[in-house]
Design a protein around this ligand. Structure first.
Ligand SMILES: [Zn+2]
Ligand SMILES: [Zn+2]
Length: 340
């Protein structure tokens, strides 16, 4: 049987000869393949990953996923060596070799739209420390650098190591030590959010977020975010003033403080948000936390002896054994802090 199209050659499939089958073979290219090239080290990014070498092979594989042929059984290959990047036109040119199993290879020239960007890669960013999307400003409740910042840094360090090992886009670009605290430059904004959340969950702290237009990148406005983390650096016994009254700081947990009214000795809890939004201030004064030995007690009163100077005091309430109490303004205020 002759080919139904050309009526010259023998038909081999669907009534067509091999020449006509080949010339009727359709290739469809769908979608686009974007490429980012690092101008500093020639690394490149295809899809979500950066690679150091083998650009044409990686592109061929990526482009292949966007190609379909009119016959499902044909073997279609993107010829790596044929790949040509046309940045001004925003496309990649390449040739396709099709083996449909019954004649010589069919070769076609094709192209796919491609946004080709020049952007510094994560490794170069890390090395130069120039790239960051966010800054975490670690500060104290006051204006000075205190050990709470080092403590927070120690806690967050394993978190950062883990974050960096999971994605090569994640990195801490640099740390700047200032008289008032640390500035952490973070590659990805999302990592800064995670780190800030981690700090907030583990330390009594306040977070303030600001953003600033830093220019344009990839055709869009590019913002840099600042996460100000104020860590409470006060210790037990600190005298805090609020609305004309004095309070002793008894306990600190990541989300609340226990305060004792110095005059009434009443105890209450302040949540993080209320503390930072209220007008609480540090008086720089501190009550001494001391150990007292119970000498005697009744149902309503206890006689205590100071474990250091053996002076005796009577306090309200019934206590037993040994207790911790604040000594402030000649007054003894028993606490719930365990004996140390
Ligand atoms: Zn034919
Ligand atoms: Zn690079």
């Amino acid at each position: 049987m002759k080919c139904i199209l050309c009526d010259k050659n023998e038909a081999i499939e669907h009534g067509l000869c091999s020449d006509c089958l080949d010339s009727n073979f359709q290739i469809n290219v769908n979608g686009s393949v974007d490429l980012t090239i690092c101008p500093k080290c020639d690394s490149f990014k295809v899809g979500n990953r950066w690679y150091r070498e083998g650009m044409k092979g990686r592109l061929a594989a990526a482009i292949r996923k966007h190609i379909t042929g009119s016959s499902g059984s044909a073997e279609i290959n993107v010829v790596s060596d044929s790949i040509s990047i046309n940045r001004p036109e925003g496309r990649i040119d390449f040739s396709v070799a099709v083996d449909n199993g019954h004649s010589s290879l069919i070769t076609r020239s094709e192209s796919i739209p491609s946004k080709i960007l020049l952007n510094s890669c994560p490794i170069c960013n890390k090395v130069t420390g120039s790239y960051y999307e966010a800054i975490i400003q670690m500060r104290t409740f006051g204006t000075n650098y205190t050990s709470i910042i080092d403590e927070a840094m120690d806690r967050i360090d394993p978190f950062i190591v883990n974050m960096e090992s999971r994605s090569n886009d994640s990195f801490l670009s640099k740390i700047v030590r200032l008289p008032e605290g640390l500035d952490l430059y973070i590659g990805k904004k999302n990592d800064a959010i995670k780190m800030t959340r981690f700090l907030h969950e583990n330390f009594f702290s306040e977070i303030k977020i600001t953003k600033k237009l830093a220019g344009r990148r990839e055709g869009e406005d590019f913002y840099r975010y600042t996460y100000l983390v104020r860590l409470l650096n006060l210790s037990r016994g600190t005298i805090i003033q609020h609305e004309g009254r004095e309070y002793l700081l008894e306990q600190i947990s990541p989300n609340s403080l226990t305060l004792i009214d110095a005059a009434s000795e009443r105890r209450f809890t302040v949540q993080q948000n209320d503390f930072y939004s209220g007008s609480y201030s540090d008086t720089q004064e501190k009550a001494e936390l001391r150990r007292y030995i119970v000498i005697s007690n009744t149902a309503s009163e206890t006689e205590l002896m100071d474990s250091l100077n053996f002076s005796r005091f009577t306090v309200k309430g019934s206590y037993h054994g040994e207790i911790m109490a604040f000594y402030y303004g000649g007054k003894i205020i028993p606490t719930e802090i365990p004996v140390q």
